[in-house]
Structure formats: structure tokens, C-alpha cells
Design a protein around this ligand. Sequence first.
Ligand code: ADP
Length: 663
Amino acid sequence: MAKTHTAQAQSGLAHISGDFELFADALPLLVWVSDADGKYEYGNSHWFHYLDISKEKNTRQQWSNSIHTADREKVTQLWNHSVLTGEPFETEYRFLNGKTGEYRWFLARAKASRNNKGKVTKWFGSLTDIHEQKNILDSQTFLAEASKILSSSLNYVETLNQITSVAVPHIADWCSVELLESGQLIQISVAHKDPDKVQWAKKLSKKRVIDMSSEIGMPQVIRTGKSIFYPIVTNEMIEKAAKNKTELKLIKSLGFSSAMIVPITIEGKTIGVIQFVTTESKKRFDQFNLYTAEELGRRAALAIQNAQLYENAQRKEKQFRALYESNIIGVLYTNLEGQVSDANEAFLQMIGYTKEDLEAGRIRWDRLTPAEYQTESKQALREILSEGAVTPWEKEYIKKDGSQVPVIIGSVLLNKNTNQILTFVLDITERKKLEQRKDEFISIASHELKTPLTSIKGYVQILERIVQQMGDEKLNSYIQKTNTYIDRLNSLIVDLLDVSKIQSGKLSLDVSSFKVQALLDEVLEGVQQTNSSYNIIQPSHTDTMIQGDKHRLEQVFTNLLTNAIKYSPRNKKIILSVEKLENDIQVSVQDFGIGISKKEQSKVFDRFYRSDSVAKRFSGLGIGLYISYEIVERHGGKMWVESVAGKGSTFFFSLPIKQKALS
Ligand code: ADP
């Protein structure tokens, strides 16, 4: 009982029963009792503990001083009203913790007790700590508001600016966003309730260069992607953070109370930070505030990412628009049904149709393709559907007036569900004309060269006979050398003439039956004679008779063997194989020379193609393989190459044993 008496004495409520005091102490509330005018008569242990004052100091003035200045006027007015009218008192306010110096939110309630005449005799009051609930509610409201702002515009600098203004004073006294730009943190936005302070902070941030290698603060958050949380900012922390005395003075003058820095992370990369600092409000951030701040960081990251994606899409759209609207390249959208749903002016001009034709559905891409390109077109379509795109290829389109225009086209599948295809078309009429002029030139030039060369050869033959009669060895050797050069020149001219023949579709075959082995042996002997240092191996033989143009096939064998020799200057082994398959004969020439890169393998059969690596080291015109390929194809056969750069190449060709026309 002695204890109760002491408590009663301390609280100054001697006539209230000990049971009430025990009950009041058991409540998780600050409880007080006052007389009719509000003069305190009792406070429970929580009351004194929270305020950290003695009984003597427990006055209305002390109470009023402990209320946050922002709430003080509202609360005083309400209390005065209650004292005057005897009406219950109820409100929320921030109340200072005398021990920690922190303000916490309380729900304050008081009710009057009256005597039998109805006159107020006492006030019974309580304060419930609602700080956490208030925090949750506050942060939910804040996050909802922030999300609304972030999704309101795709200009993220503008939205981040608004975010910091909402954070102040909801969450903190200061809030700023800094984003990484070329390795440096740049302040995007800063907010404080005092506009002068904002101006000051902006100026300061412009002058300040942040040491990105620093182990603390924003650079640390950027590096680790993890938040930094200082519920209480101590003097030691400030001293560690300040770069010099001026900065130290400045930070101290701001009176930092609590701080947190959270990351803005996009796809695992931290691109910026949001800082929250409390100063004059003396608010201490707690775990919940940190959670809210981190959530804001995540939402800001999402908003920035969305804005960037949108910006990228816009830029690409703009670039594509520029291309679409220029008359550089034809662009059209089609579907599998053959409909051209849209096309640009360049394409319409190319095929001689109008916008009205397009809108009336009169342009169908399947009808634009001439019969000779239908098979290739279908193959390209299959490739688009299976691979999503087709490598550019040459074809022709039928124009509205019935004439044809040569083009290069490339297509991509835009949408798998709707099968929408985007096609780019380049008009190559000019290039084709140029190629035609080149072909004509080669044809005329080789004919013009051939005639005098035939005369030279005739005169040299006459000279040869005379010299032989004279028996002059030296002169004879000169004549032989001249003959060799004439032969070489002749074969070059013959090759060029062949190219012209192929181009104009005039390469004819003189087909007969012969033993393929005999032809191979003959060619091999000739090649081996002039290249005695090479070891040409023939592991297999065949006695198959084939039907074909003996002279043309000799050209193919010779070309493959001389290439194998020419492009193997070091490793002098060559394997010539022949194999009889069911209906075909397959020949291969394998060398261990310079080889051909994967990229170039598909091009070596093209007219005038020479790989970059050989052009400077080996002489040639790049037409031997082109002619060989055409000859084999004219026979109904196939030609291909397998090669590894630096290791060697194997050229293959297969020929049907019997020619269709003759069988
Ligand atoms: P040329 O030999 O006159 O250049 P070809 O049409 O015979 O013309 O060959 C075309 C190109 O193919 C050559 O320039 C060379 O780059 C490549 N090539 C042909 N045969 C071989 C080979 N056996 N090894 C390596 N590269 C070859």
C-alpha cells in the first residue's frame, strides 16, 4: 500500500482510489485528470514517462509547449472550447517525447465528469499513440498520390519534380532526386517548404562535384543498389560526410535529424537515388518510412523506364516515318492473302499505281509478281513465315501498264497472329541498265580482241615454221613463250565471251557420250605437266559413261584443279575424287590451301566475285567458278563448296549420268 500512497502523493490525486491508478497505469495510454479549469491533478506513469517531467512541471503551459507548433493553435482552440462548454474534447496532434526529442502522433480525448447539478467538476483525458497507423495512412496516401503523378505524364523530369514536392512535408523536410548522367549524379529535382531554401540547394548542387568513389552516401547507393538509412544523424556522421570545414558548418547549420537514401533501379542497374532528410521537424524516420521511400524508388524507376521506352518508340517511329515518307525506298504492308494494306508514295510510283488504287484494294502483291518469279516468291514467303524475315533478293514487279520493273526486296514478319508483312523495295532499274551496258561492253570488247588475236596467232604460226626451218633455238624459244602468252590471253577472252553467252542465254551444249574417267585423266595430265610440284591424288576411279558436253566439262575440271593449285601456295597436296551415285556422278576437288570464309562461300559462284583476301595476292577475273557453275547447271547438275578458312576447300559437283533430252 505504501507504494500506492507514494504514487498518489506524486500525482496529487490523494482522494482517487488506488484501483483507478493501477488501472490507469495498466492502460497503454497516457492518462490525465484535471479540475474543471484544466489544471492537472493526475497523470499516469506513462504520462510522466513520455513527457519526462516532474509533477511540478506538469502544467497546461508545459502541455501546450509539447504540442508540435503546426498543431498547437488548432488544439488550444478546441481545448478552450471544451473547458468553456463542457463538451468532450477529441483531436489528433503531434506530441513531443521529452526523452527522445521526437514528435509522435496521438489521438487525444477528454470527457468531463459532472456533479448532480450538472456542473463540470473534473476532466478525464487520455492520449493514444497512433503514430504507426498515421504513418501507414500517410504513406499510403503519399504513394497513391505519387503513383498518380508518375503515371500522369511521360515527361519524367517533370513528374519527379512533382514527386519531391509531394514528399515534402508528407514524409520529409527535404527531398531530392539525382540521376546518373555520364557517370555523374545530377540533381533533377529538390523540394523544401521554403522556396528560398530550394533556390539555395539548387545553387549548391550545381557547384558541388560528387566524388563517385566515395564509400558513403549517394555513391554508395549507386554502387550497391541498396538503401542507406540513418534514423538518427549524429555529429560524427556529419563530420565524416563533410569534405571541408565550410561544408561541415553548412551541414551542421541545417540541423539534420534523420535521413534515408533509396535507389532507383532499372533492370538491375541503379540509375539514380531519392534522398529524404528531416531537419526542423525533428522527425525520426522509422523502418516503415524506409519501406515507403523504397517503394517510391521502385515506382519512380518504373515511371522512368516507361518514359524511356516511350521515348525510344517515338524516336524509332519518327525515324521510320522519315524513311517511309521519303522517296528513297518503297515500303508496303501486306498479308498472306495477298492484300496490300498500305504502301508509301515511293512504292506506288515504282509500280505506276495511285493512292486511289491502293484504297480501292486494286493492288495485290501476288498479282504484281511475274510468272517467272512465282516459285522464288513462294519460297521467300515460306522463309518469312518460318524465320521471321527473308534476306533481300532480286525480282521484278509488273507495273500497272504491264511493263516490268527490276527491284531488290526484303521482308519481315511484323505480327505472327495477323501475318502482317513489312516489305522494303528498292528500284534497281538504273543499276540493271548499268550492268547491261557493262555486259555489252565485255561482249563487244572480247569479240574485238578475239579477231586481232586470231590474226596474231596465225602470223606467229608462220614465224614458228620459218624459225624451225632456220633451226635457231633461241628464236624458237621466244616463239614458244609468245605462244604461251597468246594461249593465256586467248583463254581469258574465251572466258569473257562465255560470260556474255551465259548472260544472253546463248551458252549451248554439244552433248555426246564419253567415259568420265578418260576426260579426268586427260585434264589431270595437262594440269600436272605445268604444275609438277603438286601432288594430285586420285583415290578412286570409275568407268562410268556420261552424257554431256565434253569440251565444257573439261573446262569445269580444269577450272577446279587450277583453282586448287592457285589457292594452295604452301600445301601442295590435292585430292581428286570421283564417285558414281545412283543416277549421278559426283566429282570433288579437295585442297589444303587458304580456304574460304563462311560468309564468302555463298558468293564465290557469283559473276566477277573475288574474295577480299585473294584480290591482292592472286591474279584472276572472278569468272571461272561462275562459268563452271552455269555449265554444271545447264547439264542439270549441282555445284557447291565446303571450306574452312585457313584449312582448305573442297569443291563438289554432281552430274546426271544421262541427259534428259537424250534419255
Ligand atoms: P578467280 O580464281 O579468277 O578469282 P574464280 O571464279 O575461279 O575466279 O574464283 C572466284 C573466287 O573464289 C576466287 O577469287 C577465290 O576468292 C575463291 N576461290 C576459288 N577457288 C578457291 C580455292 N580452291 N580455295 C580458296 N578460294 C577459292
